[in-house]
Design a protein around this ligand. Structure first.
Ligand code: PLP
Length: 370
């Protein structure tokens, strides 16, 4: 029997103690089976991945006694060709989440600063805290776009990472070419610009600019990260990638990366999915049309949507956002409520199928008595 040890005050490290525990949101199990669960809170695709991807994943599962290709060579080569960049500038990760966390890990020393939009994707703040950095949040504009002049103003000599996203989560706001050009021109070279493009394919379809040629004008380091979780419908597989400004920058990510984070089944699914653009385009078109239909119906009920170029809508609510979120949850419809300045708040609704949209509208109709 061991002698009891006094509590170890230094465990875990201070920066871990300070982490606000925000567990990943999950889809709750169905309590009332008469009402199907509508998972509209994670910005997933409502459609399964391409059948070619499903077949490739089934086949790959037969060889999972072996470790995967750590570098994802076949997938990286296709991404390189599609984007006309050298393969050595591309890194893969377990979702683009991994690339976001790597940016903080490789760029920050303790007390270095990170500038990022708020509200924004939670990984910006969490990756900063985990790396011992200081998070400087910059409020997004009233229309939901990243506020480029305010972000530039927040940068100091201690800033080592600037996270920007377009289309932005949680608003869907798409930065115009001119704003990205301004960022590229005015951000100093001493920091890493991480351009988060998890919704890249939706942004392009909505008329957004190709960002790589604009980012190429930057002399300091940068990376653009993208995801197979959204337009490709592979959220459960966990694959993302980053396209870095140079092979040297990409190499920093490769050196820091935990071995074998992207599994062989996920790699096979992503490779087959990227080779099936017809399925991806059909998914994007269906979701964009449904987003516009849903926004118009919500507007009729007094719920005003921010302009969105992504697979979700953020909607200002005519009554308390938490009341709306809770009411939908009683019907197994899951969305995310949030404060929104000078209003009753907002809810973020992932665009699902027509059935999902109709269930949302029916529920909100009964709430506002229309
Ligand atoms: C803005 C943004 N970035 C990154 C991610 C991470 O996605 P994944 O790790 O699935 O690629 C998400 C997921 O919702 C997101 O909304």
């Amino acid at each position: 029997m061991g002698v009891p040890h006094p509590q170890n005050e230094s465990f875990p490290a201070q920066r871990i103690k300070a982490l606000v525990s925000v567990p990943a949101r999950v889809t709750p199990p169905t309590k009332d089976s008469s009402k199907p669960v509508r998972s509209l809170h994670l910005n997933e695709s409502p459609y399964p991945p391409s059948s070619a991807a499903i077949r490739a994943m089934q086949l790959a599962s037969e060889a999972t006694n072996r470790y995967p290709d750590h570098n994802g060579t076949d997938l990286v080569d296709v991404i390189a060709e599609r984007n006309d960049v050298a393969s050595d500038r591309i890194v893969i990760g377990a979702g683009s989440n991994e690339i976001l966390f790597s940016s903080a890990a490789i760029a920050l020393d303790p007390s270095d600063e990170v500038v990022a939009p708020v509200p924004g994707f939670p990984a910006y703040a969490k990756s900063t805290a985990l790396a011992g950095g200081l998070f400087v949040g910059v409020p997004v504009r009233a229309d939901g776009l990243v506020d480029v002049p305010a972000m530039l103003k927040a940068v100091t000599g201690r800033t080592r990472v600037v996270f920007v996203s377009s289309p932005h989560n949680p608003t869907g706001g798409l930065l115009p070419k001119k704003e990205i050009e301004r960022l590229v021109k005015e951000l100093p070279d001493h920091l890493l610009l991480h351009f988060d493009e998890a919704y890249y394919e939706f942004g392009l379809a909505a008329g957004g600019p190709e960002t790589l040629p604009i980012l190429a004008g930057r002399t300091g380091p940068w990376i653009a990260s993208r995801s197979f979780s959204k337009a490709y419908g592979l959220a459960g597989a966990r694959v993302g990638y980053g396209i870095a400004s140079s092979a040297e920058v990409a190499d920093a990510y490769r050196r820091a990366r935990i071995n074998f984070t992207v599994g062989a089944v996920a790699l096979a699914g992503a490779l087959a999915a990227i080779r099936d653009p017809a399925h991806t385009h059909a998914t994007i078109d269906k979701i964009a049309a449904e987003r516009d239909w849903l926004a118009a119906r919500l507007q009729e009920l007094g719920f005003v949507s921010l302009p969105s170029a992504a697979n979700f809508l953020t909607v200002l609510t005519p009554l308390s956002a938490s009341v709306v979120e809770n009411k939908l949850a009683t019907e197994n419809i899951y969305v995310i409520g949030m404060p929104w300045r000078d209003t009753h708040g907002a809810i973020r609704i992932t665009v699902g199928t027509r059935e999902d949209s109709e269930a949302v509208i029916a529920s909100l109709k009964s709430l506002v008595n229309k």
